[in-house]
Design a protein around this ligand. Structure first.
Ligand code: ADP
Length: 395
């Protein structure tokens, strides 16, 4: 019987899961779902591939551990034949140590706990997910897959801040995130267009969180996010690029408390902050408010600047890929970004762009432009199968 793996992505108030069969080159999705509203009124939603979506009743005020136990109970009931051979976890931060997925043991877990201060909003929840799954399945291998790992091979100039060198040595570096998405896209692009995939590629992961990654030969060379997931592009509620002097001003001259500053930068800025309307690109595109339109213009402007900068880093562009919610589904944003970059050799096919086609450049475009849906869960499942050594046939 085929091996099955479960992926878990535990956030502050939700746990997402997916069940895969490891019987094809890419793991085959069977069912996915999420428990939301942990600690309050939880909702448990599942969607069976090619089947129905449904809501499962849950008791109130669940902890992460209880939510995970409920997920595994449901899987065992619904798929009694699907023995779970390994569990893969999304872990936001792998620090300097973890440049690839790893089987979790007590030592690894302790090392991951040491990284909590680097990602206090995500890492504790990721670890709660791991602890819950270890309790439910103590004898099944658990694999940690990191958002930072794909970027760990960066050269010093793309890894450092110009602080005293001892800060670099202490690990205060540009880690980068969204690595599971970029790795998935790199592998997909190899299947879609193997020649361009080997060249200089920029992937624009534009979702609620947004970043760009410049690759060569399918490997990350540079990315717009840095020490934290605040750097680079403006996002749904995060500020992106900012002058550190402005932060000093807020701390010193306006006596802003650190917690308040954190809320400002992570939760009240970006598209929401600029527009005063919404963090959600769909809502901004539908809005007639001038500030909503200004927020969109700002977003497009920053994406263009960063594409040009990353093109310089990789010495020329061979393909551009849009992915994640905005990248996959907003013709307007893609057109806005590409419009100003004709000088790079990008030419959009307006009709293909309007249809969200997988290739949206005209045939004369020197550089192909792709729209490629990302799938971080599938990447976690594949890493889990490979790392746990479940299938010799899956490469
Ligand atoms: P997350 O980073 O939370 O995974 P997603 O990748 O799902 O986010 O992206 C969410 C963003 O995608 C939101 O800003 C949403 O408005 C935007 N989005 C989704 N569909 C569309 C659409 N059809 N047009 C414009 N924006 C869209």
């Amino acid at each position: 019987m085929a091996d099955h793996v479960v992926t878990l992505n535990a956030g502050s108030s939700s746990v997402k899961f997916a069940l895969y069969a490891a019987d094809e080159e890419w793991p085959r999705l069977i069912v996915s779902g999420r428990v939301e509203g942990l600690g309050a009124k939880p909702r448990f939603h599942v969607a069976v591939v090619g089947g129905r979506a449904s809501d499962i009743p849950l008791p109130p005020k669940l902890t992460h551990k209880k939510a995970i136990a409920a997920i595994f109970e449901w899987i065992e009931d619904a798929y009694p034949g699907a023995a779970v051979s390994a569990i893969g976890h999304r872990v936001v931060h792998g620090g300097l140590r973890f440049a690839s997925p790893v089987i979790i043991d007590a030592e690894t877990l302790a090392q991951l706990r040491e990284l909590i201060s680097l990602a206090p909003l995500h890492q504790p929840h990721n670890l709660a997910g791991i602890e819950g799954a270890c309790e439910a399945f103590p004898h099944v291998p658990q694999v940690a897959c990191f958002d930072t790992a794909f970027h760990r091979g960066h050269a010093f100039v793309d890894d450092a801040y110009a602080l005293p060198y001892s800060y670099y040595e202490r690990g205060l570096r540009r880690f980068g995130f969204h690595g599971l998405s970029y790795e998935y896209i790199a592998r997909r692009l190899r299947a879609i267009d193997p020649i361009h995939a080997e060249g200089g590629v920029i992937v624009a992961h534009l979702g609620n969180g947004a970043s760009l990654c410049a690759m060569k030969g399918g490997r990350s060379i540079a990315t717009t996010m840095g020490f934290s997931a605040l750097e680079g592009l403006p996002m749904g509620t995060r500020c992106g690029q900012i002058d550190p002097g402005l932060l000093l001003y807020l701390l010193q001259s306006e006596a802003t408390a650190p917690e308040e500053l954190s809320r400002l930068l992570y939760e009240r800025s970006g598209l929401l902050g600029l527009s005063g309307v919404s963090h959600d690109m769909r809502a901004l595109e539908a809005s007639k408010e001038p500030r909503a339109q200004a927020a969109i213009a700002y977003f497009i402007h920053r994406v263009k600047i960063e594409i040009a900068a990353l093109t310089a880093v990789i010495g020329g562009l061979d393909a551009l890929v849009f992915t994640a919610g905005i990248g996959e589904r907003s013709p307007r944003i893609r057109a806005g970004v590409v419009e100003g970059l004709g000088w790079l050799g990008l030419a959009l096919d307006a009709a293909a762009n309007a249809r969200d086609d997988s290739l949206i450049s005209v045939s004369q475009s020197r550089i192909p432009i792709f729209v490629t849906p990302t799938d971080e869960e599938a990447m976690i499942a594949r890493h889990t199968i490979e790392t746990a050594g479940l299938s010799e046939t899956v490469r």
